[in-house]
Design a protein around this ligand. Structure first.
Ligand code: SIN
Ligand code: MN
Length: 266
């Protein structure tokens, strides 16, 4: 799958691009069922909110077949290879739960700020792509983006170890206020199967979820092979050390897996 010139232009100018319904309801349903099962397991790679609700499951592509197929899916790999003109490896892979009633906030931050400071990533040549597993609505804690904020490079940040259960390099209110005055805020919403690409330096965050609607999103962090991390400080299952280029699977591999999964459940 290739992005058009207009899509590449929007990504370069605004720092984000939304591709609605890139995956079918069948493909996403199997991801949702597998995610729920993963959240019920006691693995160390699953972090919980202070309430005990699941927050993030790391590295599911290394032990779950449906997420392995998603992590090598050509509809995700090819557009990002196109943007970076390089092969890609998986720097990080996470399923964020934003659980019904209990999903906690993600403070304003830039992803590359963390990858640079904590993992020693040389340049902002990695990208987070968000795959909507549930419907993302204006009310259930959608990801909020500050358009064009990626043009400011890495901004000063403080290491927030207290607000949520997840340590994050967060931006202060003055900085966010200035960037929002210039670029506003967008919160792409849509059905399960939508995909959001955003630049590693784009400022973003999300509010808590007090609705009965969970908001599961899978994030692939794809890094250009030539930009592999140099000085990781976090565990291997948060910042991967396998820099082997991803070989995309067949475009129908996840759909075929979903069919086998549905038949097994009959
Ligand atoms: C993130 O920024 O890494 C996650 C934010 C979210 O899932 O709302
Ligand atoms: Mn982030």
């Amino acid at each position: 799958m290739r992005l058009t010139e207009m899509q590449l232009q929007q990504f370069a100018t605004e720092g984000w691009l939304f591709l609605p319904e890139l995956f079918t309801p069948e493909e996403v349903a199997v991801l949702g069922a597998e995610a729920e099962a993963i959240f019920r397991t006691p693995r160390e790679e699953i972090w919980r909110e202070k309430s005990g609700a699941p927050r993030t499951a790391f590295a599911a592509h290394t032990y779950n077949e449906a997420f392995r197929l998603l992590g090598a899916h050509p509809r995700l790999i090819e557009p990002v290879e196109q943007v970076f003109a390089d092969r890609l490896y998986m720097h990080q892979f996470k399923i964020n739960a934003k659980a019904a009633f209990d999903g906690d906030v993600w403070q304003w931050h830039q992803d590359y700020g963390t990858w640079a400071r904590d993992d020693g990533m040389p340049e902002a040549r990695a990208m987070n792509i968000a795959v909507f597993v549930d419907e993302v609505m204006p009310i259930n804690g959608p990801l909020m983006l500050v358009p064009r904020s990626h043009r400011h490079g890495v901004l000063d940040a403080g290491h927030d170890l207290a607000t949520t259960s997840y340590p994050l390099w967060t931006l202060d209110q003055d900085t966010v206020g200035r960037l929002v005055d210039a670029g506003g805020i967008v919160a792409p919403v849509g059905k399960p199967g939508g995909v959001l690409l955003f630049h590693g330096n784009l400022v973003h965050g999300s509010a808590g979820n007090i609705t009965p609607y969970p908001r599961k999103i899978v994030y692939l962090t794809l890094n250009a092979v030539g930009n592999a991390i140099r000085t990781p400080t976090r565990p291997e299952w948060i910042a991967h050390r396998d820099f082997t280029p991803i070989e995309p699977v067949a475009d129908d591999a996840l759909a075929a897996y979903a069919q086998r999964f549905a038949r097994a459940a009959e």
